[in-house]
Design a protein around this ligand. Sequence first.
Ligand SMILES: [Zn+2]
Length: 452
Amino acid sequence: METLEEGAVSAESLTAKIRAAAREREGDLVALATELIGFDTTARDLGDPARDEAALQEHLAQRLRAAGAEVELITYGPGVPGSERQVPPALSFDGRPQLIARFPPAAPQPHGRSLVFNGHVDAVSCEPVSEWTSDPLAAVVRDGRLYGRGACDMKGGVAAMVVAAEILADLRVPLAGELIVNTVTDEEYCGAGAAACVTAGLRADAAIVPEPSTLETWVACRGILSPTITVQGRPGHAEAAQPHWRDGGAVNAIDKMMVVLEEVRALHAGWQARPEHVHPMMRPPSIVTTMISGGEWWVSFPASCRATLDITYLPVQADAGGFGTRVEAEVEAAVRRACERDDWLAEHPPEVTWSVDLPPNEVDPGADIVASLTRAAALSDRDNPLETLDSWYDASAFTRIAGMPAVAFGPTGRDGGRPLPHTVDEWVGVADLVATAETLALAAVDFIGVSR
Ligand SMILES: [Zn+2]
């Protein structure tokens, strides 16, 4: 494989041209990110109508066609075959097209490889809007930061990857393989768009996702599960003496939920101590009770109680298909242990329902795509620290479905340790946008190779 460092095509001057082009396009980058933020692509709840997804994708399609790409806008679905644990089978993509823009190689070379830049175009809700300093959908630059919903997660990253591809096209860099720009919907909902594209045949030798990784490379992320547990009680007057439940007495569903949650907490604690959960770069898996509700009236024993958990699991816990079935089985076993401790629960077993299962991602830190990003960062006078994400993003669609190594490299993600995605006054550094576009372009040249 020919890299920028050892390439025969005046690599030094190409690097200098790419770096200069990225700096020259700072205004264009900010303008494109601002345009993208202006489209309302607020993440859906199941059943929500499409918003401005199609208009945004059409806007990008026109721009990428003008740069020389062959562009397809594809409406898949419903559902994504083989990803039923992740994507509800009835999920409709109506009004939510996926974009695949292919920049064909100058002259395909035997040594050439292909690369995908992937980014999601949906963003989380702007609420509470009243707390924003300025309109979240009308992005503005203040003190070198572009503020708006999706600025860092990840319309800024999408703008950077589009501009990176345009830079290479404008400079007529003779890429030895295909560069594909892929923008998808529904990452914030369940990763449906990327899963649909890869399932339908989107392939390359690797993928880079410019999520807000703070100009570091994320080589892994966790999987996510979220069960809801419902415990039944038996209503009765809270201030009246109650006989034993076998004699018709009331049963407090909230107290019974505490028995269940004790077992769940014990499972969480046990996970922290398991040797196989020691990962060189990731914290152990966790279970957090994130929502609870129970009771009907303040003077009545609660007849039911519901609790929802947020579970993050490590790649090592995934099953052979990449999903969290083994984790699910452990949680259900914990609920059964609670039933063994409590006669009422034994005869009235809690109901456990599972929503989406977002599969984890892991790429060998020695993978070629990581090496390309590290060399690209060095050409930009930066280090390339390798990191992982405790949460989730679209990379697993590529690794799980197609065996394509996928990593994240993108602009700002933190402000003094505080994560910026999904916050009020979300921002992205303008200098980081330029650095992302530059590094993505350099990494593409390094990974794909150039024709002699
Ligand atoms: Zn994101």
